[in-house]
Write a protein that binds this ligand. Structure first.
Ligand code: ZN
Ligand code: ZN
Length: 153
């Protein structure tokens, strides 16, 4: 199972760094891998169910350590809060929902597409971590269910 394998990789990385593997820290790693590109707040909310004393700072520090070690990716998305990818540490393209703010993996861009884009964007060096804005399927479904609001006349 991929999640189990990733959990093992992340715990090994922390152990190599000399970080103590507390049950709380284990819960942070599990929460990171349970959600799709979660934020610090989302991870904290999950961990706080089992460990109510966990602070946001503890979650943030653990994530920052994993990002610094290169085993977790901090997503470069046009979002006020950071999202984390515990599965794919290499920079890769993402989709961001303009309505709910969720972040998802996008298919990798063809190297030729990126090269063409770079050539036409004269002088720019482009990152493979492209982020495309859109509206996620869940938000589209919600919008379709919501009856149009009349403005009262
Ligand atoms: Zn959405
Ligand atoms: Zn990702």
């Amino acid at each position: 199972m991929e999640r189990e394998a990733r959990l093992h990789e992340l715990t090994t990385a922390l152990a190599q760094r000399g970080a103590r593997m507390t049950p709380q820290r284990m819960a942070i790693l599990e929460a990171l891998l349970e959600a799709d590109h979660p934020t610090v707040e989302q991870i904290h909310r999950r961990v706080a169910h089992a460990f109510p004393m966990t602070s946001l700072v503890t979650v943030y520090r653990t994530l920052a350590m994993l990002v610094e070690m290169g085993v977790v990716l901090q997503v470069d998305a046009p979002e006020p809060v950071a999202h984390y990818d515990g599965f794919r540490p290499q920079p890769h393209p993402h989709l961001t929902c303009a309505v709910c703010g969720r972040v998802a993996d996008a298919p990798n861009l063809d190297a030729a597409v990126l090269a063409d884009l770079a050539q036409r964007a004269a002088g720019w060096r482009l990152s493979p971590e492209v982020c495309v804005m859109g509206v996620c399927p869940a938000c589209q479904a919600t919008a379709a269910q919501t009856p149009p609001t009349s403005n009262g006349d």
